[in-house]
Design a protein around this ligand. Structure first.
Ligand code: ADP
Ligand code: UDP
Length: 239
């Protein structure tokens, strides 16, 4: 498959057309941003780690019955995906309080919920991705009722699969962000990425943060955290 023109450059990835109209090529960068682009930096090796981890998770989820955009890993940083029209919602699932949840509701980080929560943000950088509910999403025409139901079901299923998977690696899955898209026939599939950029991972024993919070909060050892997660997923075999 041939890499053609760049269609979009985002904060963490570049998206290219290919000679197949329904297939795109995603190229992962080492660039890191936080706070809606206000904080910028580089995390050496991040692109390769996020690419491999995303593809591993997408294939695991496919096996568990969650349809995804994954097609084929081409190289360290490049992957072919099914082209989708992205539903402009950031779908956030939480198992443990942290980040904006702790701040917004004035609670400490680390409260383990009896049941996971789901929330939506309107994916719109100009507005700073405001929190919305499913009625707002309907009113704004971002998705249909049926699509929102499908997205909710799939997001909770992703959580069940990932929670169990990471627990075996002695990692607590605190929270994460998903994006979904529509294939040309309207089918909803999981898209974008699943990585330490988009998930909070805490070591189950030490509660050490093994994710992008090390960058957001200037905690140091940012690269090491990504490498640690890579090693846990791939058993130290990074070939
Ligand atoms: P951002 O746009 O937030 O800066 P990225 O740097 O990750 O994010 O850019 C990747 C872009 O590609 C995102 O806008 C994401 O929604 C989009 N995307 C992810 N998967 C697909 C796909 N399968 N088809 C089309 N677009 C996709
Ligand atoms: N998240 C993300 N992209 C965003 C916002 C959040 O990937 O634009 C992820 C984030 O990494 C965390 C989860 O979603 O795992 C919940 O983030 P939160 O709402 O707590 O926001 P933050 O603290 O990142 O501002």
């Amino acid at each position: 498959m041939e890499k053609k023109e760049m269609l979009y450059e985002g904060k963490a990835k570049r998206v290219y057309a290919t000679d197949e109209p329904e297939v795109l090529l995603v190229d992962y960068k080492d660039d890191a941003t936080a706070f809606n682009g206000l904080k910028k930096g580089t995390i050496t090796g991040k692109g390769a780690i996020n690419n491999r981890m995303t593809n591993y998770m997408m294939q695991l989820l496919e096996k568990e019955g969650v349809p995804t955009h994954f097609v084929e890993e081409l190289s360290e940083r490049e992957t072919l995906v099914k082209k989708v029209s992205i539903v402009p919602l950031e779908v956030i699932i939480r198992n443990i309080s942290a980040g904006s949840f702790a701040k917004r509701y004035g609670v400490e980080e680390g409260i383990v919920f009896d049941e996971p929560t789901i929330e939506f943000s309107y994916k719109n950088d100009e507005l700073g991705d405001p929190l919305i509910n499913s009625y707002h999403a309907l009113a704004l025409g971002l998705a249909t009722k049926a699509e929102i139901e499908t997205i909710k079901k799939m997001a909770f299923k992703v959580n069940e699969v990932m929670k169990v998977y990471f627990k075996k690696l002695n990692v607590d899955l605190v929270d994460f962000k998903l994006e979904f898209g529509r294939l040309s026939d309207g089918t909803i599939v999981l898209a974008d990425e699943i990585s330490p950029d988009t998930c909070r991972f805490w070591d189950s024993d030490t509660h050490e943060k093994l994710d992008k919070d090390r960058f957001r909060r200037d905690l140091g050892n940012v690269e090491d955290a990504y490498i640690e997660m890579m090693n846990r997923v791939f058993g130290g075999n990074n070939d």
